[in-house]
Design a protein around this ligand. Structure first.
Ligand code: ARG
Length: 460
């Protein structure tokens, strides 16, 4: 005779191999606080609506409170034969309060319970992610301000393109992260819906009060369709998409830091506290944090793929496949949170090599566009100016010269319309200062965006 809570129609015990294969308590125990919160709201509602006696509802609520206390005190040992967190809690409740525990699962199914748990879990974890993202954004602003006048090469194709301020470069990531937060908030608003009350799939025969449960749990609204509620994990996929995009942002930034940290670039010096050594090469100080951020982005992208693939062939409504949503979700939550946290630390403690960046910014004809723009202001059509400057660059390459080595006569040989004072417009400082249109790299514009960024964070 089976001892399972659902064991009535079974004449044989579950095979141990099957039990081990189907259990989820080894990972979904992580949802226990949300599960208990949901059960407390449900029990209160059952009592209030007269679906179970008020006295039993009270016993259930206080018993669940004790289980939570026990859990937080590390006193609970979960039972894999009770399958998942929902059944484990019910079993523990029976041990605490006896027979009234059996009334908790009235007008409810694990199917509407589990997606309620995940929604509560995600609301809490997204809030944490938003806070960690803001910490990183604060570190960006601090470094952008501390290095306000540092000029480095801006790249396209990883080739010198035009000089930019380091603050401008860093602030680019601020705005990416701001959109990442927007995606997380969108996700949070869309998942802020009560699923409980949907039953196994078709709703319930009992006169439940879903609004009461939604209010108690802090959900903004109630789901409209019981089958949709228990079947769909689009909100998990949406969260993972937003999480994967955060990781991709961090990963490309990590790649940049790894390049900047090479002895070829020497643009950045990472603090000893965020780097690691080599077991064989005594001289090494490796940017492992940045490499692991880049590496861990693969996991989160994989987590998203898992959720999409998991759902693509599922008929309505609930299918046990959906139990496989949790590990990728937990993995992504942990990975994104740790990555944001460690990245903020790495950035806040980094030292930028202003002299090296400045020297590099002036190389490789990075102010060629400024010369072309100068000629345009003298009336030359841009395409002609482009071609004149191109020929001048070819001359420099052939003669192993930088722009700063040129005499005005050499410049005028290729660009006769150039003013005698043009050299002063071809410094990296002049190049940066000239880009003062909104969103450009001029110091005034970088200062403006930093002010705007501070407002954005303040409003949040
Ligand atoms: N552990 C399951 C899950 O995570 C619980 C949901 C319902 N289980 C069931 N057999 N109907 O999806």
């Amino acid at each position: 005779m089976s001892k399972k809570l659902w064991g009535g129609r079974f004449s044989k015990a579950t095979d141990k191999t099957v039990e081990a294969y189907t259990e989820s308590i080894s990972f979904d125990s992580r949802l226990i606080e949300h599960d208990i919160r949901g059960s407390i709201a449900h029990a209160k509602m059952l009592g209030k609506c007269g679906i179970i006696p008020e006295a039993d509802a009270k016993k259930i609520v206080s018993g669940l409170g004790f289980i939570l206390d026990d859990y937080l005190a590390g006193k609970i040992v979960f039972d894999p034969s009770a399958e998942d967190v929902h059944m484990n809690v019910e079993k523990l409740l029976f041990e605490k309060i006896g027979e009234p525990a059996g009334k908790l699962h009235t007008a409810r199914s694990r199917n509407d319970q589990v997606c309620t748990d995940i929604r509560l879990f995600l609301k809490a974890e997204i809030t944490r992610i938003l806070g960690l993202t803001e910490n990183l954004q604060t570190a960006i602003i601090e470094q952008a301000e501390a290095n306000a006048n540092v000029i480095l090469p801006g790249y396209t194709h990883l080739q010198h393109a035009q000089p930019v301020l380091l603050g401008h470069h860093l602030m680019a990531y601020f705005w990416m992260l701001e959109r990442d937060k927007g995606r997380m908030l969108d996700c949070m608003n869309r998942l802020d819906v009560l699923a409980l009350g949907s039953g196994a799939l078709a709703g319930t025969t009992f006169p439940i009060d879903r609004q009461f449960v939604a209010d108690d749990l802090g959900f903004a609204s109630i789901s409209e369709n019981s089958m949709d509620s228990v079947a769909d994990r689009d909100f998990v996929a949406e969260f993972l998409a937003a999480a994967a995009i955060i990781m991709v942002h961090l990963s490309r930034w990590a790649e940049e830091i790894i390049i900047w940290n090479t002895s070829e670039f020497k643009f950045i010096d990472l603090d000893d506290s965020v780097t690691t050594g080599s077991s064989i090469m005594p001289q090494k100080k490796n940017p492992d944090v940045a490499e692991l951020v880049r590496g861990k982005s693969a996991r989160v992208i994989g987590d998203l793929m898992t959720l999409l693939t998991l759902q693509k062939g599922l008929p309505l409504a609930y299918n046990r496949d959906l139990q496989e949503d949790k590990e990728p979700l937990f993995d992504a939550v942990d990975t994104v949170q740790m990555s944001l946290d460690v990245f903020a630390l790495m950035l806040a403690t980094a030292k930028f090599n202003a002299a090296r960046m400045h020297a590099s910014a002036g190389e490789a004809y990075s102010t060629a566009t400024d010369l072309a723009d100068h000629l345009v202001r003298a009336g030359v059509p841009f395409r002609t100016a482009h071609s004149e400057v191109g020929l001048l660059v070819a001359y420099c390459v052939d003669n192993n010269k930088e722009f700063s080595d040129l005499t005005i006569q050499e410049i005028k040989r290729f660009a006769p319309e150039a003013a005698d004072t043009v050299a002063s417009e071809l410094t990296v400082e002049a190049s940066v200062a000239a880009r003062s249109a909104v969103g450009g790299t001029a110091l005034s514009e970088v200062r403006r965006q930093i002010e705007k960024a501070k407002q954005v964070l303040g409003d949040g």
